[in-house]
Design a protein around this ligand. Structure first.
Ligand code: NAX
Ligand code: K
Length: 591
């Protein structure tokens, strides 16, 4: 599990002073698109603070440092006098050359036709200076390399050879050596089309597939460690999606890495879709680009963020407050036999800190619900008219509705009444299906709403947007989940939270964040019946506490994953809310 304390320290330093409109200083890191990264680099180069060549050198250095940090047994210093040229072979048993031979340190660097390939040439040079045996392949025409990559290609030629990268090497057994590293510098943020030359890439895929297949894990015949520069080649930096050939067969090639070393900031593709699977582990290296660039200040709403931790000051309840100062959430329950979902949501709302939580129950379900709740209150709400009446009490400041609500006309009328009351509301499950079926109902959505669809519900609500997201992309940058949720939020006029291991939350004005339950926060056991109902409750509880819709959705989604991590495998939805006290204790005890 992520060490939240470290995360907070690191990210607060990173986005120091950043506040959103509601003074909710969540801790977030930026996730850049390829175009945004290019704009930041370009602004830095144009301002004269750095040259492209310097950035490339730092990028290559960053890759080498990350390799050594990840696998300290591979770390060797540059040979004496080896700076900028061929490392001499000093005599003696402890010379770097001898250490490398002893350890069989060997790198195969695959360079592509752009600046990603340029980074690869820098890595090749720096490793060779440290005595590594380095073999370099170039995919593409050396004459067409962009200037910085060309400069590094030429520097490498002073110390080693470059072989054309074609399909002849796929069975080269020398790569299957202990302590060898395959550096993938084929494509980075510039991947614009699928990798078409299947023969050329076949051996890389075979190699990574071989490495990943369970029967070969721990095999005596060792496979190299695979390190991708910036992006695992074949994966789109903007969407985390693989690019497909427009002409069947949809054979495709991509590299699956143990370690991906990126620069300045993570890219969207590292956290979206299949990006995490292919990236392995992502390390971000600083290449000296300024944090507070004018460009960023002007474009902050367009930059998606990774939600790393909530602002604990806001989660804590202040002294002197009474229950009404923390809001009153109303959760709508379904008919008898279907009340469990709303009860779980209500419990989540109470645990997350709503001052009061009331379940609005159909009269026929009252006995069933009353037998199973204590701190949660009950109100008989037989129909939409009764709901409107209940909501005349302004103290009900947030509504959660949808889980097991039903899909009949009565349920649709309840959704309409809830929306007409204009309260902060979270709509999930059946409420989303009802919205998808009825344009008039959909048009009642307002800016204080949060929609929490999973993939199926998103498809029902926004079929055209979902179709774009589900069509195999044939060119980059591909349409991403971030694009889709931004578009959906704009159309709905409210916050949309699209669930998944890469939960994306967007507001109509374009603000967008990703709650990643991947890498060290992976919690696959969260995909369990009822876990969405608990999330609805968490959001309703935070809305009741006065969180703005976007913040409520972000904070709830983050805490939801944190609860799953706290409990671990074996989790049932009922367990989630019960982890909140432990999670809060851990967060609030931090300095
Ligand atoms: N000065 C800079 O701009 C810096 C760039 N950096 C590196 O440069 C990368 C971006 O460089 P580029 O914009 O040149 O992009 P890439 O090097 O990622 O790739 C672009 C090249 O690949 C070709 N291409 C794209 N998809 C292809 C496919 N499927 N098959 C064959 N060819 C394909 C393009 O036509 C173009 O020639 C970053 O990922 C990063 O690694 C870093 O060195 C930091 C500094
Ligand atoms: K790459």
């Amino acid at each position: 599990m992520a060490d939240s304390r470290n995360t907070i320290k690191k990210t607060s330093k990173r986005l120091k002073g950043v506040r959103n409109e509601n003074f909710v200083a969540e801790f977030m890191t930026e996730l850049l698109s390829a175009a945004q990264m290019r704009a930041i680099e370009q602004a830095a180069i144009e301002s004269g603070e750095v040259t492209g060549l310097e950035l490339m050198e730092r990028a290559g250095q960053g890759v080498v440092e990350a390799i050594f940090a990840e696998w300290p047994e591979l770390a060797v210093s540059p040979a004496a006098g080896g700076e900028g040229g061929v490392a001499p072979r000093p005599a003696g048993p402890d010379s770097p050359q001898d250490i490398c031979e002893q350890k069989k340190l060997r790198a195969v660097v695959l360079c592509g036709p752009g600046n990603n390939g340029g980074d690869g040439f820098v890595v090749a040079r720096l490793l060779k200076e440290r005595g590594w045996e380095v073999e370099v392949f170039l995919y593409g025409d050396a004459g067409k390399l962009p200037p910085d990559a060309k400069a590094n290609y030429e520097r490498w030629l002073e110390m080693g050879e470059v072989t054309e990268y074609d399909g002849e090497f796929w069975m080269d057994p020398s790569i299957y050596r202990e302590d060898s590293v395959l550096v993938d510098a084929l494509f980075g943020t510039g991947l614009t089309r699928p990798v078409e030359n299947f023969n050329a890439f076949g051996w890389v895929t075979q190699l990574t597939e071989w490495r990943l297949s369970p029967e070969n894990r721990g095999a005596a015949y060792p496979a190299p460690r695979v390190v991708s520069v910036d992006m695992p080649s074949g994966v789109c930096a903007d969407s985390g999606r693989r690019l497909y050939s427009a002409d069947p067969p949809f054979d495709l090639e991509e590299i699956s890495a143990d370690l991906t070393v990126t620069f300045h900031s993570k890219k969207l593709g590292h956290v979206l879709a299949v990006g995490p699977y292919y990236s392995g582990k992502v390390v971000v290296q600083d290449i000296g680009l300024c944090e507070d660039h004018e460009w960023r200040k002007a474009n902050w709403k367009q930059i998606a963020k990774q939600f790393d931790a909530p602002f604990v000051g806001l989660l804590a309840k202040g002294y002197g407050g009474h229950k009404y100062s923390h809001g009153h959430a109303l959760i709508l329950s379904g008919r008898p036999g279907r009340t469990g979902a709303a009860r779980m949501a209500a419990r989540g709302a109470l645990r997350i800190g709503a001052g009061l939580v009331t379940l609005a129950v159909p009269p026929a379900a009252q006995a069933e619900v009353a037998a199973q709740v204590t701190a949660i209150m009950l109100r008989r709400v037989g129909d939409a008219t009764a709901l409107t009446k209940v909501l005349e009490d302004a103290r009900f400041n947030a509504i959660g509705l949808g889980p097991a609500l039903g899909l009949d006309a009565g349920a649709a009328a309840l959704v309409a009444a809830a929306l007409e009351a204009g309260r902060a509301s979270v709509l999930d499950a059946d409420a989303l299906t009802l919205l998808a079926q009825d344009a008039a109902l959909f048009s009642k959505l307002h800016e204080n709403c949060v929609l929490t669809p999973h993939a199926g519900e998103f498809r029902r609500l926004f079929p055209d947007i979902a179709a774009k997201l589900e069509t195999a992309p044939v060119q980059g940058p591909a349409y991403s989940k971030v694009d889709a949720v931004r578009e959906a939020a704009k159309r709905a006029g409210c916050v949309v939270l699209f669930k998944g291991p890469d939960t994306v939350i967007a507001a109509p004005d374009g603000r967008c964040s990703i709650n990643s339950a991947q890498y060290e926060r992976a919690a696959p056991w969260l995909a369990t019946a009822g876990s969405g109902d608990v999330l609805t409750g968490f959001i309703a509880g935070l809305l009741a506490r006065g969180f703005a819709p976007q913040s409520a959705a972000e904070t709830a989604a983050w805490l939801h994953v944190e609860c799953a991590l706290e409990f671990g495998p074996g989790l049932m939805a009922e367990d989630l809310s019960e982890q909140l006290p432990k999670v809060f204790r851990r967060l609030l005890s931090q300095p």
